[in-house]
Design a binder for this molecule. Sequence first.
Ligand code: ADE
Length: 243
Amino acid sequence: MRFDVLTLFPEIFSGYLTQSLLKLAIDRGLTSVHLHNIRDWAEGKHKQVDDKPFGGGPGMLLMAGPVVEAVEAVQAAADAPPGRLLLMSPQGRRLDQSLAEELSTSNRLVLLCGRYEGFDQRVVDLLRPEEISIGDYVLNGGEVAAMTIIDSVVRLVPGVLGDETSNQEDSFSRAGRTLEYAQYTRPREYRGLSVPDVLLSGNHPEIAAWREADAARRTAARLRAMDSGLQDSAGEPRPKPEA
Ligand code: ADE
């Protein structure tokens, strides 16, 4: 699976791509991430990429020219198909686990990151990207959203997690799309809190039943918390905010 990222700040990605799971996936040839600086397609001595909006208003917009030409050049690269073009935008379709699963079946994703107040509308009109949002809040740019997409998609690529079953137990990937059950490791007791006996019993059907029940309880608690805003994810009441 190949990712291409178009951004004005490719350096933002360097720490993220050189650590942990992403580094391993890249080193093992399971994925590749190609960074492209949109400014390389800007013209003139100053390599200008942004300008004031016509009609007035705050901030600066990314100009259509450098962005459209950058995307066209990257998608036309001879060694890969054009792929799916995703534009990072708070106005886009919300990323969730089913969208991550759908994206993971693609062999190339081209991710376009904005900055400033957004893009000249002709970027969208000419390139017809799929606009994707990672949530209802406004980020300073699309880079964190692009990293979120890469992160959620790459772990679904076969071979990346090593143990092929482990993402099937993730929250939202589980059958029924429930949250994941609670897990414990050593020590058996920490600050007076013990690991539930059933998990130490060696009885696998009972362990599986306990986990299903815990996952269902957490999911129901989350749904109630979303209604009331007053519980934590384990269903415990939250302390009342100080007056
Ligand atoms: N760019 C700015 N805010 C964003 C968001 N919430 N999701 C995706 N891209 C963005």
